[in-house]
Ligand binder design. Structure first.
Ligand code: PTJ
Length: 257
């Protein structure tokens, strides 16, 4: 563990804590070194978004829940960054919506698969998929093609945080509903998604769980209207506008002063 203290008064307290969690993930053999670079890229977008959940992202998180609660076989895909940044939160979300958790890695090794599975179990996960890897997503040559036949292979709705564009497109080609969590609204993954959530996973996953609790008793008609009311293009445009035009909230101004 890094053991570094970040004073709570620091204006970027949450962001620095997140950075340390990724460092710890690398030390524990959970996160790849490339995960550090991905984190840096994400931080840059998060800074421009004011390090907060913008209203269009909150709407996307609610629409994501409507999809997940209607799903027959929802699955949450977990990589090394997700496991380091939000392990307990991911387990809670899976429980709230009745989803499976499947580990799926770009830089796949047996050691990392086992370390992530152990870490998720320490955070309350009971069953973890991805270790059997008895199916493949067609059209992908890299390790992310490996999935469980009764996990992502059979899923109708998949939550894919920090996805790469190739797999996002391949999953969409299979007709799966994809909920992509990615701070970059210009990424191919966000643009391929049925629901692009332009938010940091450390905020997005707990917020999706809150919406799941709120919508858990909703009837099908209500869920369908939440899905129908969500506008993909408008959500992506709102995120781009927030970044480009600096339409910052008080929090955003505090960070940039
Ligand atoms: O653990 P592995 O081996 O599966 O590898 C995972 C990484 C993330 C290293 C791999 O998928 C990768 O290289 O991803 P990319 O292509 O760098 O894409 C990461 C995307 O996630 C970028 O668009 C970032 O802006 C975004 N991102 C980074 N951190 C966060 C994020 N989005 C939401 N929350 C974050 N904390």
């Amino acid at each position: 563990m890094t053991g570094l203290e970040v004073p709570e008064s620091h204006p970027r307290h949450e962001s620095l804590l997140t950075r340390h969690r990724i460092e710890d993930g690398v030390d524990l053999g959970i996160t790849s070194k490339q995960g550090l670079i991905a984190q840096g890229r994400g931080e840059a977008f998060d800074y421009l978004l004011g390090e907060e959940t913008i209203p269009s992202a909150d709407a996307a998180e609610r629409a994501a829940v409507a999809h997940l609660l209607r799903a027959d076989r929802p699955v949450i895909s977990v990589n090394g960054n997700v496991a380091a940044l939000a392990p307990g939160e991911t387990v809670q979300l899976a429980q709230a919506i009745g989803a499976d958790i499947e580990i799926n890695l770009f830089n796949r090794t047996n050691e990392r698969m086992d370390a992530i599975a152990a870490h998720l179990r320490e955070h309350g996960a009971k069953e973890i998929k991805g270790l059997a890897a008895d199916d493949r997503i067609p059209g992908l040559s890299h390790e992310r093609a490996k999935v469980d036949a009764d996990g992502i292979g059979a899923a109708d709705v998949v939550v894919v945080p920090l996805e790469d564009g190739d797999r996002a497109e391949a999953l969409a080609d299979l007709g799966k509903t994809e909920i992509v969590i990615d701070l970059n609204p210009l990424s191919r993954s966000a643009r391929t998604a049925s629901i692009p959530v332009v938010d940091n996973i450390v905020r997005a996953i707990p917020n999706i769980t809150d919406h799941a609790r709120e919508l858990s008793g909703a009837d099908r008609e209500t869920l369908e209207s939440v899905v129908a009311d969500f506008d993909i293009e408008a959500a992506l445009a709102a995120a781009e506008a927030a970044i480009r035009d600096g339409e910052l909230s008080d929090r955003g101004r505090e960070l940039t002063e």
